[in-house]
Ligand binder design. Structure first.
Ligand SMILES: Cc1cc2nc3c(=O)[nH]c(=O)nc-3n(C[C@H](O)[C@H](O)[C@H](O)COP(=O)(O)O)c2cc1C
Length: 355
């Protein structure tokens, strides 16, 4: 028993089940996307951390492995100007850890770590005729978005407030992903990025979802804290046309989630997640670890997104070599109860069992 709006969205996306696998940069490649798409959901390929060459390779592998629809996902942030004093202050805050690890801070290169969507990226993606593109942190500039839409791709984008959902609809998004505060990974907020006020506007999924459904005409996809078939059915009862899940897929064998991250997800530590700026500069939800506890998860000293990544990366590498997640972004949503080490296709079918 599904709503006409859900049936229409599934038809437009070319999928049998109202289940979208959330794109998750850093913990998956085309294999997870293929498994979900083959099961009748919509698999996603996250492009934010890929070079253009790597992106082309992933798209080739994905296309070779499935003829089913898939989603290619990009970030749409405004790259910040380099800020040398802030970078220096941040490295100063990390200095005790560099000393502990024997890392020469002067030898750590600065750099962004994540690239926004661009005309160059579209030139790589367009020949693969992706059926769906999704965007986090807003949308591409109007001219580039128009080119994407002219290709026939369905455009999805994340909204974390009613205002963002209305903005995305007005700019031409074909469906809106309502991302509740429970969600793992980066908050997708983009209209208000001021740290002091932005997070106060964020809502839980089941507060945000019905308000977005009431405000926009386009279909709404629910995301954040949904972990099983009951949660999927509940979101659909609140008006969602489909559901997007990330955390639930993290233990699947097709994901590239590290052993350290998998162990944290399967442990009691997963009951305590928090939003943190320490790993990239933008608030993102992950399992609380040593560096979050000691520096404060939202420490304002971390440089603007995505520049905070460079300085902490060698500490992560050092700790992980010792089997520790003390400096790793252990991205996870608030509800890890659905994390199972089962094939992603089986999980996808199980998630759709009640809709
Ligand atoms: C490990 C991880 C990485 C993520 N990376 C991305 C990403 O690259 N692009 C994106 O649009 N969303 C990303 N997200 C957020 C998801 O799109 C989605 O909002 C979230 O997974 C939904 O909440 P849930 O994790 O509770 O299911 C990520 C989430 C996780 C858990």
């Amino acid at each position: 028993m599904t709503s006409p709006v859900s049936a229409a969205l599934r038809q437009r996306l070319g999928i049998a089940l109202p289940i979208l696998q959330a794109p998750m940069a850093g913990v998956q490649d085309h294999r997870l996307a293929v498994a979900v798409s083959e099961a009748g959901g919509l698999g996603a390929l996250p492009a934010a951390m890929l070079t253009l060459e790597a992106l082309r390779g992933e798209l080739q592998a994905l296309r070779a492995a499935t003829g089913r629809p898939f989603n290619v996902n990009f970030f749409c942030h405004e790259p910040p100007a380099a800020d040398a004093p802030r970078e220096a202050a941040w490295r100063q805050a990390l200095a005790p850890y560099y000393a502990e690890a024997g890392i020469d801070a002067a030898a750590i290169p600065a750099g962004p770590g994540r690239q926004p969507f661009s005309a160059e990226a579209w030139a790589v993606v367009e020949p693969f005729s992706p059926p769906v593109l999704s965007f986090h942190f807003g949308l591409p500039a109007p001219e580039l978005l128009a080119r994407v839409k002219r290709s026939g791709a369905v455009v999805l984008a994340s909204a974390t407030t009613v205002e963002e959902a209305l903005w995305l609809e007005a700019q031409g998004a074909d469906a809106v992903i309502a991302q509740g505060l429970e969600a793992g990974g980066h908050r997708g907020h983009f209209l208000d990025v001021d740290l002091a006020t932005a997070l106060t506007r964020q809502m839980g999924t089941f507060a945000l979802l019905p308000q977005v459904v009431a405000a926009v005409k386009v279909p709404v996809i629910a995301a954040g804290g949904i972990a099983d078939a009951d949660g999927v059915a509940a979101a659909m009862a609140l008006g969602a046309a489909a559901v997007q899940l990330g955390t639930a897929y993290l233990l699947c064998p097709e994901a590239t989630t590290t052993a350290i991250h998998r162990a944290a997800l399967a442990s009691d530590a997963a009951r305590h997640t928090a939003l943190t700026r320490l790993f990239t500069g933008r608030p993102a939800r992950g399992i609380v670890n040593r560096v979050m506890r000691e520096l404060g998860a939202l420490n304002p000293a971390a440089p603007a997104f995505p520049l905070a990544t460079a300085a902490i990366a060698p500490l992560r590498q050092w700790a992980e070599q010792r089997g520790s997640g003390d400096f790793s972004p252990l991205w996870a949503g608030q509800n890890t109860s659905g994390c199972r080490a089962v094939p992603a296709g089986d999980l996808t079918r199980a998630l759709a069992a009640r809709v």
